[in-house]
Design a protein around this ligand. Sequence first.
Ligand SMILES: Cc1cc2nc3c(=O)[nH]c(=O)nc-3n(C[C@H](O)[C@H](O)[C@H](O)COP(=O)(O)O)c2cc1C
Length: 192
Amino acid sequence: MQKPHLQIIIGSTRPGRAGAAVGSWFYDIAVKHDACTVEMLDLATIDLPLLDEPNHPRLGRYVYDHTKRWSEMISAGDAFVFVVPEYNRGYNAATKNALDYLCREWRRKPVGFVGYGAVAAGSRSIQGLIPVVAALGMIPAARSVNIPLINRMVTDGEFVSNPRLDESAAEMLDELSSWATDLGATHRGADR
Ligand SMILES: Cc1cc2nc3c(=O)[nH]c(=O)nc-3n(C[C@H](O)[C@H](O)[C@H](O)COP(=O)(O)O)c2cc1C
């Protein structure tokens, strides 16, 4: 049986961001976990402008090439993990913008979060995103990965993990891959 395709989306676009290091760590864990094929998508290089499509995304009538490319990328995903920072007690704007661009491409697909920040460990950005992904018809994983004190956990551009975080990443991947396998037939065209 074909493995589900997991896309890890780095939400931070800031120069000097911790997000790239956190994303690379999670990518390696997901490859080792081996339940899904894994791809990294980086919002910094995908470089979507602030939503500029004239039509509601549910219509899928995209005008701009950047939206058509983004739609094609996300259509290929069976499950997603957003690597998301906490900014001002919420999620960052680039992550919300990337979600708002599309509709059908996200629907009935499981999604997990790796949140990071200071003492709240990205929990407020994750809690803020759950109603957003629910509105899009996605299935949020019950488990998430929460990384506190991120500024102490990145050294020379590398995320320095620990066994507890590695374990919570693997648990979330168990949940996402199981949902993605169960839901695979639905979103591969049978019931759009
Ligand atoms: C604009 C801004 C606002 C922030 N607000 C919060 C916050 O409310 N809570 C928190 O825990 N950390 C906050 N931080 C700290 C970030 O979570 C931390 O700097 C993290 O590295 C940001 O992710 P990035 O480096 O991938 O952009 C903030 C950082 C920035 C740049």
